[in-house]
Design a protein around this ligand. Structure first.
Ligand SMILES: [Zn+2]
Length: 338
């Protein structure tokens, strides 16, 4: 029996997008801050393009990662092992199991304990789907950009943060069955709510390695929870202001520590939505590549050779800088309206 409070989302199709903010608001580019944080700068320099490439290659070497396939458990095991190799002990890397009727599925959760119990959650889904037949569990579906890119970025961030003392708890969460309608995140968001987790911010990474669909090849979309258009998943208004503030911070991190410029865009069709609907503060990073003129989206052509690893490395740096910027401070700037 399904628990009644769980919501059913349609299978996410990021090609159906909200109209979004006016262009002027989206594009206000940040100029570099006068003072650059030396600690953040030193950690950013540890982000390794070759680690990211290796993880992309491993993830895409699974025949597919469909959540009903025989491969999905192998991917979960592999993720757990990689986190342990990066230095997390077994008690800090766990499965969050959930039942979807067809299979028992697993989110992979890695805990990085801070000095307080306040929590930042950084997430990406690891499953794949083929648009032409969503029930095809046997064909090849490498899912390089969607979403080995987001998973690889988080693995690299987790590797670096393993050795750093932070005020905040960080959870790195790899969701299953996103492509089946945000199932892993819907279950887990409710679990955190039931347990009254002190969750301050959710940062979701879904498709961050294939630039060229936004104004420049160095533009990254920073997803912000303040759009009310069709397809937007902004249901709660009280968390919008905080999301705007964190999104502005992330844009600033892009300018300060990378060669990218951030452009604001709406939250929709990904794993932050179940958190948003429960009142949590969410942002995301996205390359804008789910377009009708992109033949790779949800297809067997979503292969590593389409990715721009330099861009993906820069997005990884931007997200790492954002986490360090937010998690070092206690208490975090009181931006949450929860
Ligand atoms: Zn995705």
């Amino acid at each position: 029996m399904e628990r009644p409070f769980l919501k059913y989302y349609p299978r996410p199709d990021k090609r159906n997008k909200p109209i979004g903010l006016p262009e002027s608001e989206k594009m206000s580019i940040k100029s570099k801050s006068l003072v650059i944080d030396k600690f953040i700068d030193s950690q950013i320099s540890l982000v390794s393009r070759s680690n990211i490439e290796r993880w992309i290659n491993s993830l895409t070497s699974f025949h597919n990662r469909h959540s009903k396939s025989i491969f999905i458990d192998q991917v979960a095991n592999w993720l757990k092992k990689e986190l342990e190799i990066s230095g997390y002990d077994k008690k800090n890397v766990k499965y969050y199991k959930f039942d979807e009727g067809f299979f028992e599925l697993k989110n992979v959760i890695c805990n990085r304990q801070g000095e307080t119990n306040r929590l930042i959650l950084v997430c990406a889904h690891y499953d794949t789907i083929l648009g032409e037949n969503v029930e095809d569990i046997v064909s090849r579906a490498p899912g390089a950009n969607d979403n080995a890119s987001g998973v690889a970025a988080i693995l690299e961030i987790a590797r670096i943060l393993c050795k750093i003392d932070l005020k905040y708890d960080i959870q790195f969460v790899f969701f299953s069955a996103e492509e089946q309608g945000l199932r892993g995140s819907e279950h887990y968001a409710q679990y955190l709510k039931d347990n009254q987790a002190a969750l301050e911010l959710v940062i979701n990474l879904d498709m961050i390695g294939e630039p060229g669909f936004l104004p420049t090849k160095k533009t990254v979309q920073v997803d912000v929870d303040n759009d009310n258009g069709e397809f937007s998943c902004n249901e709660v208004k009280e968390n919008d202001k905080a999301s705007e503030i964190f999104a502005e911070h992330m844009k600033q991190m892009a300018s300060d520590y990378t060669d990218l410029e951030g452009k604001l865009g709406p939250v929709y069709a990904s794993d932050y939505c179940p958190f948003e609907s429960r009142g949590y503060v969410v942002i995301g990073a996205y390359d804008g590549s789910a377009e009708h003129n992109n033949p790779h989206y949800h297809s067997s052509a979503d292969v590593p050779s389409n990715l721009d690893l330099e861009f993906l490395t820069s997005v990884t740096k931007m997200v790492l800088a954002t986490i360090l910027y937010e998690a070092k401070r206690v208490p975090l700037e009181q931006v949450s309206n929860k």
